[in-house]
Design a protein. Structure first.
Length: 311
């Protein structure tokens, strides 16, 4: 059973409007600058994993005084052999939520669970609570937007040093977020070669479902967007591209009663050394890369486990 949220759907209305506004602004910035802005690029691929294509982009210019960073991923999946799992590529937004969570050995939860909480129908002025038990549909049929809680069950397993202890630690270390799915982040298209693709995504609400000691992550983003794109390949496989955008870059690693010991220590040492070693910038770059790598590893594990289940 999922842990109950501290927030009611009514509590999420104002954060939803904030997430929609900040997400739209960040998406416009990305579409305008992704090919023209000079980014610092860092590989986020684990040297022991040859199956992942994943990189981090860090803007050298600022978006209205705020920095931007992105995690770009690409994976190739075998298409399901059973057409009942996935009939058409265009159906993925509708069935994605049901494909990406499962029960493992001993009843251990795996993947992501999306729980609808609040929705706004096309043409309606007033949002309403989502119906209990209705699956999350990223195709947004008849809806302008949909707010859901996403529980990430394999968060600890994605932290490689902690993976052997995931069965125990996952009971105490939980990762969850509130997201708003909007049609601006999704589309279906047909390539010149006749191969179809679909895209869907969401922005993150600036509130966390549960208290946590982290100073960066769900609930602590100024603006953040996640976008999935599924495309057919010439040989019938599925290519999945994932884009995660966040602005500004991390300003805290931990938040212990509002205090972050990590960046505070870095800044103190940097001042004492009179910035001779450029420690603040170097530590900030390294920490941001590690945060994006963890984010990417969580989603890579989701895709690989999905493929294993339907194959």
């Amino acid at each position: 059973m999922e842990k109950q949220s501290l927030f009611s759907p009514a509590d999420l209305l104002e954060p939803t409007q904030a997430a929609l506004a900040s997400g739209d602004e960040l998406m416009r910035w990305w579409l305008e600058h992704r090919t023209g802005t000079s980014f610092r690029v860092a590989s986020l691929v684990d040297p022991h994993d040859s199956l992942v294509e994943m990189s981090g982009l860090f803007s050298s210019t600022e978006k209205e005084g705020r920095s931007v960073m992105a995690c770009l991923q690409r994976a190739r999946l075998r298409a399901p052999a059973d057409s009942r799992v996935l009939g058409r590529l265009e159906d993925i937004p509708e069935v994605f939520a049901s494909l990406c969570h499962w029960n493992g050995p001993g009843g251990r939860r795996g993947g992501f669970t999306y729980t609808p909480l609040l929705q706004k129908r096309l043409g309606d002025e007033t949002p309403q609570s989502a119906l209990a038990g209705v699956p999350t549909d990223f195709s947004l049929k008849g809806l302008e937007w949909l707010v859901a809680r996403v529980d990430i069950h394999d968060f600890v397993r994605a932290i490689r040093p902690l993976a052997p202890l995931a069965g125990v630690l996952s009971r105490f270390v939980r990762e969850a977020a509130f997201v708003v799915v909007h049609r601006n982040y999704g589309a279906a298209s047909l390539s010149s070669e006749g191969r179809s693709s679909c895209r869907f995504g969401y922005s993150f609400l600036p509130v966390a479902p549960e208290p946590s000691p982290f100073g960066f992550g769900p609930g602590h983003f100024g603006a953040a967007i996640k976008q999935f794109q599924f495309s057919q390949t010439a040989d019938g496989a599925l290519e999945v591209s994932l884009t995660f955008l966040v602005s500004p870059r991390s300003e805290k690693v931990l938040s212990l009663a509002g205090f972050d010991p990590v960046y505070s220590i870095v800044e103190f040492v940097d001042r004492v050394s009179r910035c001779r070693f450029d420690l603040k910038r170097r530590a900030h770059d390294r920490l941001d890369e590690s945060m994006l790598r963890l984010h990417g590893n969580v989603h890579h594990r989701l895709l690989m486990d999905m493929e294993a289940r339907w194959s």
